[in-house]
Design a protein around this ligand. Structure first.
Ligand code: SF4
Ligand code: SF4
Length: 212
């Protein structure tokens, strides 16, 4: 049987916050959600997008951690920080291209999504995927997802000159090979009106329906 994987279909997100609530209820992080619901270009659209750790194949958060507090499992899940090791320096917070790790001042430690590893390592869905009513968050085989959705699943991102591959997949229109986040344009035009405009690929993700 094919491996189970996590898929995000941003075009299906209805902003209900069920994923955030479900994550908050998990005992291991006591009331703090590890999935964040972002708003996209609020002046132009009500579209929301769930952001969880994408579990990069080569996680920069772990590479920049001076305390070796972020470990990656053999099956590619980047864990949250280890309490005895984390020194709260926030290197990981600043380095993550997806803006995922959050520093929790109350416990002086970085916390982030760990793929509900206690569940997913035994074939169970992560908490967020169990409650998402529109299946914007799906834990399934790639075959199942591609059979039931019109788009394709990819896991390759371009941030400026850097290519990042992730364990988590996103659903995109069929013609999209990788997602170009367009950081170069954002950096060079950061004071102009274009600074807040997402790249064509990111806009296409949100505007093109990938619903069956
Ligand atoms: S998305 Fe961010 S926090 Fe998650 S593995 Fe990649 S660099 Fe680390
Ligand atoms: S905040 Fe903690 S986990 Fe993050 S880089 Fe610093 S020591 Fe490592």
């Amino acid at each position: 049987m094919s491996e189970l994987a996590f898929f995000i279909d941003y075009s299906r997100c209805i902003g209900c916050r069920s994923c955030v609530q479900a994550c908050e209820e998990c005992d291991t992080h006591r009331g703090t959600s590890m999935i964040h619901l972002e708003t996209i270009e609020r002046r132009n659209t009500v579209q929301t997008a769930p952001q969880m750790c994408m579990h990069c194949e080569d996680p920069i958060c772990a590479r920049v951690c001076p305390a070796d507090a972020i470990k990656q499992t053999p099956d590619g899940v980047t864990q949250s920080s280890l309490k005895p090791r984390c020194i709260g320096c926030e290197n990981c917070v600043m380095s993550c291209p997806f803006g995922v790790p959050k520093y929790e001042a109350s416990i002086d430690q970085m916390m982030k999504c760990d793929y509900c590893y206690d569940r997913t390592s035994t074939g169970k869905k992560p908490m967020c995927a169990t409650v998402c009513p529109s299946q914007a968050l799906t834990f399934a085989t790639r075959e199942e997802v591609e059979r039931t959705r019109r788009g394709r699943a990819i896991n390759e991102w371009k941030f400026g000159d850097e290519i990042v591959r992730t364990k988590v997949f996103v659903l995109v229109p069929l013609a999209t090979e990788r997602i170009d986040v367009g950081l170069t344009a954002l950096r060079t035009k950061k004071n102009g009106p274009e600074a807040r405009v997402p790249s064509d690929d990111v806009a296409a993700l949100l505007e093109n329906e990938v619903l069956p």
